[in-house]
Design a binder for this molecule. Structure first.
Ligand SMILES: NC(=O)c1ccc[n+]([C@@H]2O[C@H](COP(=O)([O-])OP(=O)(O)OC[C@H]3O[C@@H](n4cnc5c(N)ncnc54)[C@H](O)[C@@H]3O)[C@@H](O)[C@H]2O)c1
Length: 321
């Protein structure tokens, strides 16, 4: 077994390579060649601390894998990562463990890449302004991915904490791939109202932006809502959306507060979330059909995507080590 520590794993793959890996995983999932296994969430000491095990299996490659994430929200106060993740990669020929990979940054890269692929498929072709609500750890990779797939003219940012907004704006300016404007907004609604593409990247339990701030033709990547009580997108926006797509349709109905809350209020039916990103990629369903509709990628996190990224890192490891 090889061990690829966090710092090396982060250098082994870039956002374009991650998007390629994630695209392959979305397609393989839609074709039944990769699929997620069970997910265990185990409360640990403290009100919000938990351990999460996610699993995934390949039929098209000789691997299976798992990701373990220790989620300790209080770590932010002492400068430690809130999410500490490792991926274990195994042979599906003989069960041997092939690699143990530090996956804090890989998780963000994978999540950003998933949103990048979804945005490429679903945002308007002329979309050129990106709004990020919640400028934390995951948000950075959202910017890295989306600036690769649309020619951005503006990046709008909002955080409830002014110091985090300031620090992120500086970091984003260094990572910008072209000379676009970076605008620090005074509210989430101000950020959303001028954005063609919006990413919500918070652990919020109540909507982070008003429905009225979402213009027709907007594409939203909702990243933070992966438990039934997490909630970033207003019910009216979910109801107004042309459709919602995700990594795994069945899992959305078990995990995503953004979808479960309006469903339980009778505001949407099951037909609102009826296909995955992989289904659009494979051409079996059509994505955006006009410039006026609102589209939402509701990301719940998928070990299939983590596994695909881990395989790509494992394959490159010999070349980069
Ligand atoms: N979908 C996925 O695959 C996936 C993967 C990893 C993490 N996540 C989730 O994404 C969310 C963000 O994770 P992170 O690691 O970036 O966390 P983080 O703590 O680093 O960043 C979140 C930021 O959001 C800000 N924030 C909170 N509420 C806000 C609000 N109402 N308006 C504006 N800003 C607000 C916080 O100040 C913080 O800076 C979490 O819920 C996490 O569990 C999802």
């Amino acid at each position: 077994m090889i061990i690829i520590p966090e710092e090396q794993a982060a250098k082994a793959i870039d956002i374009r390579q991650t998007m390629d890996a994630v695209k392959g995983a979305f397609r393989a999932c839609s074709a039944g060649e990769m699929y997620p296994g069970g997910r265990i969430v185990m409360p640990i000491s403290g009100e919000h601390n938990n351990g999460q095990w996610l699993t995934a299996v390949c039929r098209n490659m000789p691997y299976f894998g798992s990701k373990f994430s220790a989620v300790f929200p209080g770590n932010k106060e002492c400068g430690m990562p809130v999410d500490q993740s490792t991926i274990s990669l195994y042979s599906n020929v003989n069960g041997e463990q092939l690699a143990l990979i530090g996956a804090n940054y890989l998780t963000a890269l994978k999540t950003g890449a998933g949103a990048g692929v979804a945005t490429d498929l679903l945002a308007r072709k002329d979309a050129c302004s990106l709004g990020i609500i919640g400028t934390g750890f995951q948000a950075y990779a959202q910017v890295l991915a989306i600036q690769e797939i649309r020619e951005l003219k503006q990046l709008r940012l909002f955080n409830r904490h002014a110091d985090r907004l300031e620090a992120f704006a500086e970091k984003a300016a260094k990572a910008a791939n072209r000379d676009y404007e970076i605008i620090k907004c005074g509210s989430a609604d101000e950020c959303a109202a001028e954005s063609d593409i919006i990413c919500t990247v918070t652990p919020s339990r109540e909507p982070v932006l008003a429905d009225a701030a979402v213009r027709p033709g907007t594409h939203i990547n909702a990243i933070g809502s992966f438990t039934p009580d997490s909630h970033e997108i207003e019910e009216k926006t979910v109801a107004r959306a042309s459709f919602i797509t995700t990594e795994h349709v069945d899992a959305v109905w078990q995990t995503a507060g953004d979808i479960l809350i309006p469903f339980n209020k009778g505001m949407i039916g099951k037909d609102k979330v009826r296909f995955s990103v992989g289904d659009v990629l494979s051409g079996s369903v059509q994505g955006r059909t006009d410039d006026k509709g609102i589209t939402i990628y509701e990301s719940i996190g998928s070990c299939v995507l983590d596994l695909a990224v881990a395989i790509a890192v494992y394959d490159r490891w010999g070349k980069t080590a």
